[in-house]
Design a protein around this ligand. Sequence first.
Ligand SMILES: C[C@H](O)CC(=O)SCCNC(=O)CCNC(=O)[C@H](O)C(C)(C)COP(=O)(O)OP(=O)(O)OC[C@H]1O[C@@H](n2cnc3c(N)ncnc32)[C@H](O)[C@@H]1OP(=O)(O)O
Length: 288
Amino acid sequence: MSEKASFHQLAVIGAGTMGIGIAEFFARAGYSVQVYEKKAEVFEQSYQTMTHRLKRQVEKGKLKAEVCQEILNRIYPVSTLEDLATSDLIVEAIVEQLKVKQELFSQLDQIISPQTILATNTSSLSITAIAAETVHPERVVGLHFFNPAPIMPLVEVVVGAETNPTVVETCIDWMRKIGKSPVRVSDSPGFLVNRVARPFHLEAYRLVGEGTATKEQVDRIIRAAGFKMGPFQLQDLIGIDINYAASLSVYEGYFHESRFRPHYLQKSLVDQGALGRKTGKGHFDYDS
Ligand SMILES: C[C@H](O)CC(=O)SCCNC(=O)CCNC(=O)[C@H](O)C(C)(C)COP(=O)(O)OP(=O)(O)OC[C@H]1O[C@@H](n2cnc3c(N)ncnc32)[C@H](O)[C@@H]1OP(=O)(O)O
């Protein structure tokens, strides 16, 4: 592994499902992680959920109580972006809106050193476009984790038009070192996984929309075919809003090719605020 791959201080921006999952994974790997989240209540809620899950692991005898405490102690919130000035690697996991991400990256560019690697966990937005607003686009890279981030091995390492190859190598080496299975992918709409996943999700919506099958039937049959989850269960895990944002982004990115057209039921659920497990209601209902 290259010398540069020895990170000391890590940071995550955004403490939603993915942000806190990524922070937990880094903490489990032995790193201390600063978490910047604009809304204190979002951090509190996510931290509580994570704590609850880790404690259940202790009860099940899968995690030692002291290890659980060490993991929790390594994750701490910070209240300003300036607090991240000395980070070696920052992973952004905020809302999937290009403008908002560009503004954040351009702000960070003024605060951190040119050596800091700036990663985005975007599921489908262009890394090149996110980097375009920064003075140092060469240190911007995609690190696309999968939900649940603490346990899913795959990480797409997404190479933007100006990403420095050393940054890519450093991330790949380090991801391997801490137990992930990184794959290098080029910057295109939806990268690899979210593009391949479009027909999986969208055809499922079409089947249900045209009355050919129910959501329960689709999920049951897909599971029987060997998938861990059916498309509707999986969307409830990922977040229906996140999956809809990926659908829109791939559709836009391929200039409205009809095979990528999002489905009205996606938008309808988002408009209702039925976003999946995180809101207690999505395709199915969940206890809070
Ligand atoms: C949209 C994005 O851009 C891209 C994406 O993220 S696409 C989504 C990719 N993810 C998937 O495809 C997930 C597919 N599903 C699965 O792998 C499994 O169903 C699952 C891991 C979510 C749950 O597994 P399952 O066996 O049904 O449930 P359960 O027994 O509760 O959990 C299995 C283990 O995962 C852990 N786990 C479950 N949810 C977790 C979470 N959110 N965070 C951390 N750990 C979690 C449990 O603690 C348990 O660990 P243990 O074996 O040590 O006790």
